[in-house]
Design a binder for this molecule. Structure first.
Ligand SMILES: Cc1cc2nc3c(=O)[nH]c(=O)nc-3n(C[C@H](O)[C@H](O)[C@H](O)COP(=O)(O)O)c2cc1C
Length: 407
């Protein structure tokens, strides 16, 4: 999926061990459809060669303001004017200090100072030893560069090249790609608090076995990511799935439908949008054995009895908050046939403004899907696309309905 298609990025490297990760970052940018112009400080060249960065970006690398390749001899002007953003990764403590002071004694700092601030965002991925990171001078400088309009992408925590462990590692290339892709998405849901449920539930029979379903959680995780990209504060209540948490999303892991009910109804009290994508078990075994249910050799099979689980979507949709129109509820229906009729009926039964239908066997575990949006006005299809693309479209559809909706 080419999330950065049409974007032109200046990737600035400064002197730090994390320069080795910039090679991968450059590759990911290119893979995501961006064109990349690499600019390096003299110190960065001590850590990785321009040859590597040229080969990966497919463009010659700039390292000096005295580079005569540009007809007007002003690479700091020409290169920045073409960019959709300047990304500094890694950004050294020294370089942050130079940005704060408005220094411009090398090409990269000169380019940052000379960039039109209203048009060309500056994104910073710091990387340094944990003591350098924690130092008041660095923290003060970071606050100042943010106040001056730069976006600081944060740091990771863990083992550092110096042998110490702590905060200050550069974020991983895949994390930076996710953050930078999010940066370019329109902030349609800024100020909203979005609650998403995702994945299957697991209804235990005994300590070994249980009843679950084929939901992979991919659609719900894509929705959580898209909501975050759109500027919302996002809580994701996830059933048992092995998917990475989208960047910036608060995740609550649950197992059974009852756990999911409790976590979701609690989080719904502060939410403004609720998207119920989880495939919640309708029933759970009436009894739970503390020990494994064993064969006794008689050929007799166990008789399973079930009780109905609480309806999470219905409970949230009937809550005071939803009824007072402070909580916009979106349901998902995974059907195996007659999608339109089932989706329409489910929307009415739950009393919600928007119901999204999909065909279960065509979506479970897949990376793409097709959705059917059913609201009071009628039915609209979002044709087959990646789940993230559909999730972003769904966020646009929700944002458009927020000012005025009916059940
Ligand atoms: C082996 C080595 C590793 C370094 N790693 C870092 C680092 O990760 N982060 C950092 O801020 N500075 C680091 N430094 C110090 C910077 O390279 C130094 O401050 C340099 O002047 C930065 O120049 P620049 O900001 O122009 O790229 C390191 C220095 C050495 C010798």
């Amino acid at each position: 999926m080419q999330d950065l298609a049409g974007k032109h990025l200046v990737l600035g490297l400064t002197g730090g061990i994390a320069c080795y990760k910039s090679a991968e970052l450059c590759r990911l940018f290119v893979k995501a459809g961006a064109t990349v112009q690499v600019v390096m400080t003299e110190a960065a060249e001590q850590f990785i060669t321009p040859v590597t960065m040229q080969a990966l970006s497919g463009r010659t690398v700039y390292t000096s303001q005295w580079d005569t390749r540009e007809p007007n001899n002003m690479p700091h002007i020409n290169l920045s004017r073409e960019a959709d953003a300047i990304v500094l990764a890694p950004c050294s403590a020294d370089f942050i200090a130079r940005l704060v002071q408005g220094r411009s004694d090398d090409l990269l700092s000169l380019m940052c100072l000379a960039r039109p601030m209203d048009r060309i965002p500056l994104l910073i991925a710091p990387a340094m030893n944990r003591e350098m990171w924690a130092h008041p001078a660095t923290q003060r400088n970071l606050m100042q560069v943010s106040a001056d309009g730069a976006t600081v992408l944060g740091v990771g925590s863990g083992w550092q090249a110096c042998g110490e462990t702590g905060d200050g590692r550069m974020l991983e290339p895949a994390q930076l790609l996710e953050d930078i892709t999010a940066f370019f998405q329109p902030k349609l849901l800024a100020g909203q608090k979005v609650l998403v449920t995702a994945g299957p539930t697991f209804e235990a029979l005994d300590p070994i076995r249980g009843i679950t379903n084929h939901s992979s959680g991919k659609m719900g995780f894509a929705i959580a990511r898209a909501a975050r990209e759109a500027g919302a504060e996002v809580t994701l209540v996830a059933g048992p799935v092995h998917l990475p948490t989208p960047r910036g999303v608060t995740r609550v892991d649950v197992l059974s439908a009852q756990d999911m009910f409790e976590a979701t109804t609690r989080a719904a009290q502060g939410a403004s949008i609720f998207v119920a994508t989880a495939a919640v078990a309708d029933w759970r075994p009436a009894t739970h054995s503390d020990q494994k249910i064993k064969k006794d050799g008689s050929g007799k099979t166990p008789v399973l009895d079930f009780v109905e689980n609480a309806d999470i979507l219905l409970t949230v949709a009937k809550s005071e908050r939803a009824q007072a129109k402070k909580l916009f509820c979106v349901g998902f229906a995974a059907e195996s046939e007659n999608l339109v009729e089932h989706a329409k009926a489910k929307r009415e039964r739950k009393g919600i403004p928007l119901l999204v239908g999909n065909i279960g066997p065509l979506t479970f575990g897949q990376d793409d899907n097709a959705l059917l949006l059913v609201d009071a006005q009628g039915v609209r299809e979002l044709p087959r696309a990646s789940k993230l693309t559909l999730a972003r479209e769904l966020m646009t559809e929700i944002a458009a309905r927020l000012p005025d909706w009916s059940v």
